[in-house]
Every structure is written in structure tokens, then in C-alpha cells.
Design a protein around this ligand. Structure first.
Ligand SMILES: Cc1cc2nc3c(=O)[nH]c(=O)nc-3n(C[C@H](O)[C@H](O)[C@H](O)COP(=O)(O)O)c2cc1C
Length: 352
């Protein structure tokens, strides 16, 4: 398995959904950065389960810094982080030990490795994403602090936000950008949860104040790394940069981002490229859209097979997110912070 992310700012994560602990080692973080556990905790609290409309698995996700920081300042040594798993309930999964959950990774893990950790999916569980968020908190410290990363949920199932208000989205747990829609979105998700089903969603991440020049042609393009980082998040099945798929039915005359100089400032008339040209940031906002599939674990009967290839019916009653988008948002922001920090250091050190 590949458990390491990044080129010079790297993190290697370890731990399973139902193990004692999860953790990661971050390498390549420069010395002399102020870093405390609460800097990391701030972001972990946004991803934590046990909050309204998310999985009721109630983990505190308290992080400890085990190495690489002395008197609140990074030393340049590897930074090791640990979180204890306190609220795993293995009994929730004992009846699933030889049946493959449709839509989850059991089938492929079993056929590849001959074994899988049926207790919540082991490494395939989104428990692992806590360490991405922790690494992302450190990545943000490397980036210039005017870089802002924000996420909205544009669409949840069939409900699409009419109005996009980024400030409004910052202040509600659903990251709904439309004041008029928030209440109906909450009711919709409650209904989905009540019915034992799940639903997918489309999210948009906007990164502001990115300097020109991050990214490296030809095989280490910024957009290629972003797509890979986002696609590596559990349940993500589509990624777009800028106007993405829309460009496939557009015209050059409409989609080229024309350029002017106004008062000595460069201005792009539009941003269909999503802030990246030739794999390198052009200084405009980086826009990333992605879709998460509906949570695979649902409390409804579904057809499957067991490890003896016998037909079975499965109905999953454990604790699950009705829509993973709410908790995927901080994970996506963290992954993008890691990609940018990696490119920022590459660019700063050698303009590779
Ligand atoms: C934040 C987050 C929370 C998730 N929670 C659940 C969950 O409660 N139940 C579940 O079946 N899948 C959940 N998933 C999705 C699975 O981890 C994922 O579907 C599984 O690993 C299979 O991988 P794939 O969907 O990327 O192919 C979650 C994903 C994310 C990003």
C-alpha cells in the first residue's frame, strides 16, 4: 500500500478505523514555524464525527505532537502526530466479517490482499482522513497566510444552491452557500438519515491569493497533483478544475481567459482555467469541484456475496454519515493545502 503523500513536504499516515490509535509522520516541514496542538485541533474539530448530521461515532480526535516541535517551534525534524481511537465499537461489524459491503472497499481489498479488516473497513475507513487534516494544518503554516481556502457544498442530492454566498457557507455546518436553501437541506438530510439511505453531493473549493508560478511542467503539474490529491479522498468519484466538463462543450472565443492590464494590475476577464495554465498557477483563484458518491453503508437490504461466493442480503446498521460531503470538506481543504505547500517549497528552493 502507498501510505505516503507529497514530494518534499510529505506525510505518511498509519492506523485503522478500529485500531488503538491513528497517526502520521510529516517530513519536510521547515524549522522555525510556530506550531501547537491547538493549531491542528482547530481543523480536526471541523472533520470530527459525532456532530449534527454526521456519523454518531463520537471521537474527540484529540491530537498530540510526539516529535519535531520544541518549545512550540518546529525543529526541522520529522513531526509525529497521534490520535487515540476511543469510540470504536467492533460489535457493530462482527456480522459483516465475511460479506462484502456493496460500494465499499471490502471486495477489492479481499481479492488483492487475501484479508481485510472488516471492523469499519480498516485503512479504507475515512478514519484515516483525520491524519490528512492534521497534516494539512501544518501545510497551511508553510504557506503565506494570505492564501485562503474555502469550501461550499453546491449540490446535495437533487437540491442545488441557487445563490452562492461564501460568507454564509462559512457559518453553517452544511457549508450551504444559500440562505434560502439551508433549512430545506437540513430537513432533506434528516429524512435521508431517517430512511436509512444516503446521498451524494458536489462541492467547490476556492483558493484565493495563490502566487503566480506554483506547479511544475510536465509530469508534476499543479492541476494533475490537485486532481490526484482530491481523488485520493474516500468516496470522491469526479474532480474538475475551473469550468471542467463544461469546457468540453464550449468555444475558445467564450472560454479563453482574456488578459488586460488595468492600473498596472494584471486582470483575467474570466477564470475558466480555474487559476492554472500549463500546470502552473496564474495568480487567479484556484477553483476545484468534486463529487462524492452516496455513503455506501446504508440501512436498506442489498444484494451481495460472501467470501465463499454465496449470495447474501446485507443491511448495515452501524453508525454512518448520511452524506460524506460535510466531513469531506475539511479533508479536501487539507489535501489542497498539502499540494500547495509541496509546490511552494519546490518553487522556493529551486523553481523546479
Ligand atoms: C469524511 C468521510 C466519511 C465517510 N464515512 C463513511 C461512512 O460512515 N460509511 C461508509 O460506508 N463510507 C464512508 N465514507 C466513504 C468510504 O470510506 C469509501 O466509500 C470507501 O473507502 C470506498 O472507497 P471509494 O468510495 O473511494 O471507492 C466516508 C468518506 C469520507 C470522505
Amino acid at each position: 500500500m502507498t501510505n505516503r503523500f507529497g514530494k518534499i513536504f510529505t506525510f505518511t499516515s498509519w492506523g485503522e478505523s478500529h485500531g488503538n490509535k491513528i497517526g502520521c509522520v510529516i517530513d519536510g516541514a521547515p524549522a522555525q514555524i510556530k506550531l501547537t496542538e491547538s493549531d491542528i485541533q482547530y481543523y480536526l474539530d471541523q472533520r470530527r464525527p459525532g456532530q449534527k448530521l454526521t456519523s454518531p461515532r463520537n471521537e474527540a480526535d484529540k491530537v498530540t505532537i510526539e516529535s519535531g516541535v520544541f518549545n512550540g517551534i518546529t525543529t526541522g525534524a520529522p513531526i509525529s502526530l497521534i490520535i487515540e481511537n476511543n469510540n470504536h465499537q467492533t460489535k457493530d461489524y462482527s456480522d459483516l466479517k465475511d460479506v462484502f459491503r456493496p460500494g465499499h472497499a471490502d471486495f477489492t481489498y479481499y481479492h488483492k490482499y487475501g484479508i481485510w479488516d472488516y471492523r469499519g473497513g480498516g485503512r479504507a475507513s475515512a478514519r484515516e482522513t483525520a491524519m490528512r487534516v492534521a497534516a494539512g494544518a501544518i501545510a497551511r503554516k508553510i504557506l503565506p497566510n494570505n492564501i485562503k481556502i474555502d469550501t461550499i457544498i453546491e449540490q446535495i442530492g437533487s437540491l442545488k444552491a441557487g445563490n452562492i454566498d461564501w460568507e454564509f457557507a462559512k457559518n453553517n455546518i452544511m457549508r450551504c452557500p444559500d440562505k434560502e436553501s439551508l433549512h430545506s437541506w437540513q430537513e432533506y438530510l434528516e429524512q435521508i438519515k431517517e430512511s436509512g439511505d444516503s446521498v451524494g453531493a458536489i462541492l467547490q473549493v476556492r483558493i484565493q491569493n495563490v502566487p503566480i508560478g506554483l506547479g511544475s511542467p510536465v509530469y508534476n503539474k499543479l492541476d494533475a497533483n490537485i486532481a490526484s490529491a482530491i481523488m485520493s479522498i474516500n468516496a470522491v468519484k469526479a474532480v474538475e478544475i475551473g469550468d471542467g466538463f463544461l469546457l468540453g462543450k464550449s468555444y475558445g472565443s467564450a472560454s479563453n481567459d482574456q488578459i488586460s492590464i488595468d492600473d498596472d494590475k494584471i486582470r483575467f476577464h474570466s477564470n475558466s482555467s480555474g487559476g492554472i495554465l500549463g500546470g502552473i498557477s496564474n495568480g487567479d483563484d484556484i477553483i476545484v469541484r468534486f463529487a462524492v458518491k452516496p455513503t455506501s453503508s446504508i440501512n436498506k437490504p442489498q444484494h451481495t456475496i460472501n467470501t465463499n461466493y454465496e449470495a447474501k442480503t446485507i443491511q448495515i446498521t452501524g453508525r454512518h454519515d448520511p452524506c460524506v460531503a460535510l466531513r469531506a470538506a475539511p479533508v479536501a481543504e487539507a489535501m489542497l493545502a498539502c499540494v500547495l505547500a509541496d509546490h511552494y517549497l519546490l518553487n522556493k528552493n529551486s523553481k523546479i
